[in-house]
Design a protein around this ligand. Structure first.
Ligand SMILES: C[S@@+](CC[C@H](N)C(=O)[O-])C[C@H]1O[C@@H](n2cnc3c(N)ncnc32)[C@H](O)[C@@H]1O
Length: 307
């Protein structure tokens, strides 16, 4: 019997996120778990193995983590501007204190008093800030780390604040990442600067998932999802245009973004996803040539005329 080729195995129209390994210690608003199978196809369609995979707006870094674990690039570079999120990546990837963080998590006695105490404490060490960030990410509504966001109320099964606290799972994820940390570089800084620095790089690919031009949707409608939520989107598109190598961007489906993409002669396609509230939504993929995507998801093209 003839073997199915890689391309014959069409992806389901909406990726089941449960089929994607969860490798990030974050629960991340705007996280791209659902895109991981497509990223794998994109990288497989390239005629080279990337020397560097760069995620200039990494957040929970689910894509970069999967690329490293699946050994799809020589090296993965993650960039994030937010100091609290950066503290987690710095602790695990740069400072050799991932084991400390994993231990701190499993040893924490989760009571409201202890939680309030830790979150109110000033932090002097990066690793302490990392622990605070992990706690906040677990108890804040939707995992949102932007200042002023409230905490989970009833939570899963009425378990309240503790409903997203899975210490041994977090410990395992952090230790697993620590074992392959040589494959990563983490930079706390501006993704635009890193893109500019690498514009002429060869064999480098960029997965660009910036803060979107609209605020949260569904239950998060109107909520600011990130502390750094404004970006010069025109500058980002101009920079993308200067990149020597391949890139893939994801965006909300706004007409301003489409105009920007088309004014740079970039290719665009809609991709269907389900958000955390199980609502089906379209997001926009942008690249120089998205034929690889059309080949595996013909049906998605039916929606091209909606653009
Ligand atoms: C859409 S989220 C990325 C989500 C990520 N792809 C994931 O799956 O978890 C965008 C991220 O960009 C960060 N950010 C905003 N402005 C930035 C900048 N100028 N440079 C680097 N990161 C930035 C935000 O803090 C946020 O974490």
């Amino acid at each position: 019997m003839q073997q199915l080729s890689f391309w014959d195995k069409a992806l389901p129209q909406v990726v089941n996120v449960a089929s994607v390994p969860q490798r990030s210690p974050f629960r991340y608003p705007g996280g791209k778990t659902w895109l991981v199978p497509y990223i794998n196809r994109w990288l497989a369609s390239l005629n080279f193995r990337p020397a560097e995979f760069v995620e200039p707006f990494c957040g929970g870094a689910i894509v970069g983590l999967n690329v490293a674990f699946d050994n799809l690039a020589e090296h993965v570079t993650l960039v994030e501007l937010d100091e609290e999120i950066a503290a987690v990546w710095q602790t695990i990837l740069n400072d050799n204190t991932g084991t400390w963080l994993a231990d701190r998590i499993v040893q924490f006695d989760f009571t409201i008093e202890n939680l309030n105490y830790i979150l109110a404490e000033p932090t002097y060490r990066v690793q302490d800030r990392a622990f605070q960030t992990i706690l906040k990410n677990r108890v804040n509504r939707g995992g949102i780390l932007a200042h002023g966001v409230g905490r989970i109320k009833s939570g899963e099964n009425g378990k309240g604040l503790k409903s997203r606290w899975y210490p041994t799972t977090l410990q395992k994820r952090i230790l697993d990442i620590s074992t392959i940390k040589e494959q990563f570089s983490f930079i706390q800084g501006d993704g635009l600067v890193v893109l500019r620095q690498r514009a002429k790089a060869q064999n480098t690919v960029f997965f660009i998932d910036p803060p979107y031009t609209v605020k949260g949707t569904g239950k998060q409608a109107g909520t600011r999802l990130y502390n750094h939520s404004t970006l010069d989107h025109e500058e980002l598109f101009s920079l993308a245009n200067t990149l020597n190598s391949e890139f893939l961007m994801t965006y909300d489906t706004s007409s301003d973004v489409l105009d920007l993409a088309h004014s740079h002669n970039f290719d665009t396609a809609l991709i269907l996803m389900k958000n955390t509230h199980n609502t089906k939504l379209y997001e926009l993929l942008i690249g120089r040539n998205l034929d690889w995507f059309r080949q595996i998801s013909d049906r998605t093209n039916l929606f091209q005329d909606k653009l």
